[in-house]
Design a protein around this ligand. Structure first.
Ligand code: ADP
Length: 238
């Protein structure tokens, strides 16, 4: 579903990603772990189309969306995004927020989709509330439902839990995993928190020096880290 092949990205003279490669199969949840400033967000911005690669190829669903010469516009990639500062529309209700990307849908289908998502995120009774009436975790679940509503083929999540306290973070990570699996969406999440990564991912790797070290199952990464950087990074959280 998603392939990055030897992607290089520079900002001025600073090479943030160098020959960065990654494959994610349909329906899988991938996770990029790494310290702040390692280039994780840049990977997501390249996939979403907010940045273009200096070299290499990005493909979604088997079709190239960007290389150094050509780039498909972001809104034509069918990619959804969830950020840490959920940015719900404050003047819209929960149901209206979720319906936001469904304006082109038939009203009956739109209502059915919103109702199903409200049930899925366990907020049936909050349909008519406003974002400020919800807790941080509830707001983040609404942001997730809003991103999932138009059925993106790929969902990108950038530190989606980092504004929440650590107990809640891990619980929400497991809850989000349940929701993503129910929707059978392919997702790529970035975080600096190993606990979160292990709670949610089917595949994960550590971003270091502009490259992806050991793209592996959580089990493989934990039990057979390929180098010291990976072992130490995982170890900090475990
Ligand atoms: P992470 O998400 O791992 O914290 P980022 O992808 O945000 O890392 O940033 C990686 C590096 O790229 C940082 O050194 C950052 O300062 C730099 N960077 C990111 N975006 C830009 C930009 N638009 N212009 C210049 N430098 C950038």
């Amino acid at each position: 579903m998603l392939t990055l092949e030897q992607v290089t990205k520079r900002f001025g003279t600073h090479t943030v990603l160098r020959d960065f490669s990654l494959t994610l199969d349909a329906g899988m949840i991938g996770c990029l772990l790494g310290p702040s400033g390692s280039g994780k967000t840049t990977v997501l911005r390249l996939i979403a189309g907010f940045e273009t690669p200096d070299a290499g190829t990005i493909a979604i669903g088997g079709a190239p969306v960007a290389d150094a010469r050509r780039a498909l516009e972001p809104h034509r990639r069918r990619v959804g995004m969830v950020f840490q500062d959920h940015a719900l529309f404050p003047h819209l209700t929960v149901a209206e927020n979720i319906a936001f990307g469904l304006r082109a849908w038939h009203p009956t289908e739109r209502t059915a989709r919103v109702t199903a998502l409200l049930r899925l995120i366990d907020l049936d009774d909050a349909a008519h509330k406003y974002p400020h009436e919800l807790s941080g975790g509830q707001q983040q679940r609404v942001a997730l439902a809003r991103a999932l509503a138009p059925r993106p083929r790929l969902l990108l999540l950038d530190e989606p839990f980092s504004n929440l306290d650590s107990m809640l973070r891990e619980r929400l990570a497991m809850e989000v995993r349940r929701i993503l699996k129910h929707e059978a969406v392919t997702a790529l999440l970035v975080t600096h928190d190993p606990f979160e990564a292990f709670a949610i991912a089917d595949r994960l790797g550590v971003v270091a020096n502009g490259q992806l070290a050991q793209w592996d199952t959580p089990y493989g990464l934990y039990h057979q880290p390929h180098n010291r950087f990976v072992a130490e990074f995982i170890g900090e959280g475990a």
